[in-house]
Design a binder for this molecule. Structure first.
Ligand code: 5HY
Length: 256
């Protein structure tokens, strides 16, 4: 089984961290490759960033389709381009916010999200409303550390754990969701400090894709997620033209 984890931002150092977390949980015989988007924002911290991250993400999916990839993880907490990726990919596609929130809903009465910048909180609430029952998400809290500064912060685990502890008290929640792919390695450290389940979407999504592929399940092609109808794309998007029903031109991406 071959799973591709796509980092929709263009920062290779973050892809390395994401890849390590995904490989740490992958089953025997499961090959996990983490790829960095070849175009777009260095980090995704706004709606503008998110919109401009989608072409690079779709290019990495399209390239995967020419290489027989079995399933995909979208490794950004905004789940950018998730629906479009599902139209393009033969195999299942899971976003890390989606995986983390569904997993958290299995583990307690209510979860709190700890994310990077406050301005990304609205997106987390939108996704919680889409993915989980009303009341499952009890709060979204920002540590105000920019995405690309997470890895360099020597006190990151302490700061995230402190905020998560406050969130549990304020929200009356009993599970924590880490709201950024760059926080993937913090689960154990934060969970040990707080004594509650702490969910990282990268590992949760990797195992969900692995399970779906193992079950022989894929996105339904019956209607909404059927292949995009071929048409002309112009300008900078001309290379996104589909040769025929969902077989776009291979553009490659930098595998890690
Ligand atoms: C992420 N941004 O997981 C999101 C986190 C965020 O570049 N990778 C990013 O703040 O929304």
């Amino acid at each position: 089984m071959h799973i591709r984890v796509v980092n929709p931002n263009t920062t290779a150092a973050m892809t390395a961290l994401i890849g390590a977390s995904a490989r740490a949980v992958a089953g025997p015989g499961v090959r996990v490759e983490a790829v960095t988007s070849a175009m777009g924002p260095a980090s995704i911290e706004s709606h503008y960033d998110e919109a401009l991250s989608v072409p690079g993400l779709l290019a990495a999916i399209a390239d995967g389709e020419t290489r027989g990839i079995d399933g995909y993880v979208i490794a950004c907490f905004g789940d950018p381009g998730l629906d479009a990726a599902r139209e393009l990919a033969r195999g299942p596609v899971v976003g890390i916010a989606e995986a983390a929130m569904h997993t958290a809903a299995l583990l307690g009465r209510g979860f709190s999200v700890v994310t990077t910048l406050d301005r990304t909180g609205g997106r987390a609430w939108d996704l919680a409303a889409r993915y989980t029952a009303p009341g499952a998400c009890r709060g979204v809290h920002a540590c105000e550390i920019p995405v690309l500064e997470l890895e360099a912060d020597p006190h990151l685990a302490d700061r995230v754990a402190a905020l998560a502890g406050l969130a549990l008290e304020r929200d009356g929640s009993d599970v924590i969701v880490l709201g950024c792919a760059g926080m993937a390695g913090l689960c154990a450290a934060v969970s040990d400090r707080l004594g509650v389940p702490v969910v990282d979407g990268v590992s949760a999504a990797t195992l969900m894709v692995q399970s779906l592929v193992a079950l022989g399940l894929r996105t339904s092609q019956r209607c909404e997620f059927a292949a995009p109808p071929p048409k002309r794309y112009t300008g900078a998007m001309a290379t996104f033209q589909l040769e025929s029903a969902n077989r776009p031109v291979s553009r490659g991406s930098s595998a890690m």
